[in-house]
Write a protein that binds this ligand. Structure first.
Ligand code: HPA
Ligand code: ZN
Length: 327
């Protein structure tokens, strides 16, 4: 579908085209051939293996220049799908090993690629810094310091990625408090691998305004009502959930029901090549599964932009691009 789109949940390394990662591995003579299937796509068996494959793929990204190239390659795909505004998760764990001065260099390269893509491809990029949950709360504190030091026009948010089954959101409260005090807006993965209580925990203990995934709220209709009443935004990634086996197919995905019950749902790809998806494909499959028309998708794009963490001027510049009369 060619409608203008806003994407809020995208892991930068997870969006790396496999050919790009393979090319870098060859240049650097790093052997990661085991992470690819015969057809060249990424190969993994389940979410936990996916996290390992993800980290192996990321191991070939060793310089700010690599991240500059990666960012351009990723945004090229976004632009092809009609994305006009995108927020991406950035992990100082992978970009310079949580060292602040290295992080600044990586960030500068990513931001510069974003500026270039805005000029040449018409897609605006902003960053959400995320510690990796299974690396533990102590490392997350270093990540929070990196985030707080670089908060501003480009780094607009703070989140939590990685294995949802390790630890509790509350273990990361110190880091989220630091990020909030630095003016960053907050989101957290929850309600993907664990049930409704994980969403309640993230909302209560981290005071986040968006939830990454959050789809398993559907198992507790009182929570669904609460999310709708409080305007909590869900960064829903249906293709990711289906690829990882959380739901058996598009028609069985709860996004339709959550939307019908008044929850603010948005649509993203998570790690698109891993899940054999794109933003255009997500829209096409949703249109088929739920009979959603252009009006629903335009409403979702507006909801997404309202929930974006960018400054008001950026939002005001993007808003007209989402409207039908835009040339
Ligand atoms: N979920 C959680 N953590 C991640 C993901 C994801 O899809 N991708 C990279 N880290
Ligand atoms: Zn994710």
């Amino acid at each position: 579908m060619t409608l203008p789109k806003v994407e809020l949940h995208l892991h930068l390394e997870g969006a790396a085209p496999p050919a790009f990662i393979r090319g870098l591995a060859q240049e650097k003579r790093i052997d990661i051939s085991g992470i690819f299937a015969a057809d060249g796509s990424y190969a993994y068996t389940d979410f936990w293996h996916f996290l390992k494959v993800y980290e192996a793929a990321t191991s070939v990204l060793t310089s700010p220049e690599d991240y500059h190239r990666l960012t351009l390659a990723v945004l090229e795909e976004s632009a092809k799908s009609g994305v006009v505004y995108c927020e991406t998760f950035l992990s100082p764990d992978f970009c310079g090993g949580r060292d602040l001065s290295a992080w600044r260099e990586y960030l500068h390269a990513i931001e510069e690629a974003g500026t270039q893509a805005e000029r040449t491809m018409g897609v605006t990029l902003r960053g959400i810094v995320t510690p990796i949950r299974h690396f533990g709360p102590e490392k997350a504190k270093q990540v929070a310091l990196c985030a707080a030091e670089t908060a501003g026009r480009f780094v607009v948010g703070f989140g939590l990625a990685g294995d949802e089954k390790v630890g509790k959101p509350g273990d990361f409260a110190w880091s989220f408090d630091m990020a909030r005090e630095a003016g960053l807006r907050l989101t957290c993965h929850a309600g993907e691998w664990l049930g409704p209580d994980s969403i309640r925990d993230a909302l209560r203990d981290l005071r986040v305004e968006r939830i990454g995934h959050g789809v398993r709220a559907i198992e507790d209709l009182a929570l669904v009502d609460e999310l709708a009443e409080n305007g909590v935004v869900l960064e829903v990634c249906p293709g990711s959930n289906i690829a990882l086996g959380i739901y058996p197919g598009w028609r069985k995905h709860p996004i339709g029901e959550l939307h019908r019950r008044g929850v603010k749902v948005t649509v993203s790809t998570d790690d698109p090549p891993f899940f054999h998806t794109t933003m255009a494909r997500e829209y096409d499959r949703l249109a088929e599964a739920f009979d959603w028309d252009e009006g629903v998708f335009r409403e979702i794009a507006r909801t997404s932009l309202d929930a974006a963490f960018c400054d008001p001027d950026t939002r005001a510049r993007i808003a007209p691009l989402l409207e039908p009369d835009h040339a």
